[in-house]
Design a protein. Structure first.
Length: 308
């Protein structure tokens, strides 16, 4: 009965300052356009290039797809809300946004972990790499990432649905997330808070441990190689390490703690929901000669086709 008292939520948005809101609007339009165009370019380049057929690029194409989807969960709504005075979202829309955000965000965490495993096998066991990480295994790893993320998101969403909302209905955020929602619940949220932290903590911590172990094994393996091979291997991993740090850092700050909110949460959330998906195409193209060469060939083919 209490739950029916709230049929919609009011979002406070990113900022209440109208001047700052105009600046944010301009930046977000550029950022979102860069996310869409940059990640679509990576997907198209990988799918059309015969050279980019290794498992690493197979996982990268899925990562780009997830980046587009993940940013779309929050960015369009945020951009629209910066243009209007009253920022509202229905109860059903709020729950849907919560589910989609955790589903796609967790999928990205799993994909980054899978990519670390892929690099570990490629560097430490190069002769057996094609047998260990074959097409069949790649498909199962991606499928497991989607399924694992669905389970995580379903748990978070079910915990949120159980909360009774009697009012007030103003969320101090620019999108619906589990911690801001728990602040509005008219009941003791201690048990749910512990469940949320355990669920998110297990996912983040276990994946982070796998990442640390993978790169520790890589570093140990590289100590036995010549300097040229060592530098080349490190160079291929640097892009992935940067992406991991940019995504995991803010996520750990937000979700691996009790149900409390800080003033910095909104800006940190912008970083992992919008900034990181925008930077991933730049990280993986500017630091990857194979991708850059494939894009050059693709561009030259387009030019030759247009000349004919």
């Amino acid at each position: 009965e209490n739950k029916t008292n709230v049929t919609e939520f009011i979002l406070r948005g990113l900022t209440l300052d109208k001047t700052v809101a105009k600046v944010c609007l301009s930046l977000l339009l550029v950022f979102y356009a860069t996310i869409i165009l940059g990640n679509l370019l990576i997907i198209f380049t990988i799918k059309t290039s015969e050279q980019l057929n290794s498992p690493m690029y197979f996982f990268l194409s899925y990562l780009s797809f997830v980046d587009i989807s993940y940013s779309t969960v929050t960015a369009p709504k945020l951009i629209y809300d910066l243009l209007v005075e009253k920022k509202t979202i229905s109860f059903v829309g709020c729950i849907a946004q919560l589910f989609a955000g955790h589903f796609l965000g967790c999928t990205e965490i799993f994909l980054l972990t899978v990519m670390a495993y892929d690099r570990c096998i490629a560097i430490c066991k190069p002769l057996h790499y094609t047998n260990i990480v074959n097409t069949h295994v790649c498909g199962w790893l991606v499928a497991a990432s989607w399924v694992g993320a669905f389970v995580h998101s379903a748990v978070q969403t079910l915990l949120a649905i159980q909360l009774p909302f009697c009012g007030p209905n103003e969320i101090d955020h620019y999108f619906c997330d589990i911690h801001p929602l728990m602040k509005l619940a008219c009941t003791d949220t201690y048990i749910i808070s512990v469940s949320v932290a355990t669920n998110s903590g297990m996912v983040s911590l276990s994946c982070f441990i796998v990442l640390l172990v993978s790169y520790a094994v890589i570093l140990v393996s590289l100590r036995r190689r010549f300097s040229e091979g060592r530098l080349k291997a490190l160079y291929t991993c640097t892009s992935h390490i940067i992406a991991v740090v940019l995504f995991f850092g803010p996520c750990i700050f937000i979700y691996m703690r009790p149900s409390t909110t800080f003033s910095a949460d909104k800006m940190v959330s912008v970083f992992y929901t919008i900034i990181t998906p925008m930077l991933n195409p730049l990280i993986y193209t500017l630091r990857n000669e194979e991708v850059k060469n494939a894009m050059k060939k693709l561009w030259s083919r387009k030019l030759k086709g247009s000349e004919k």
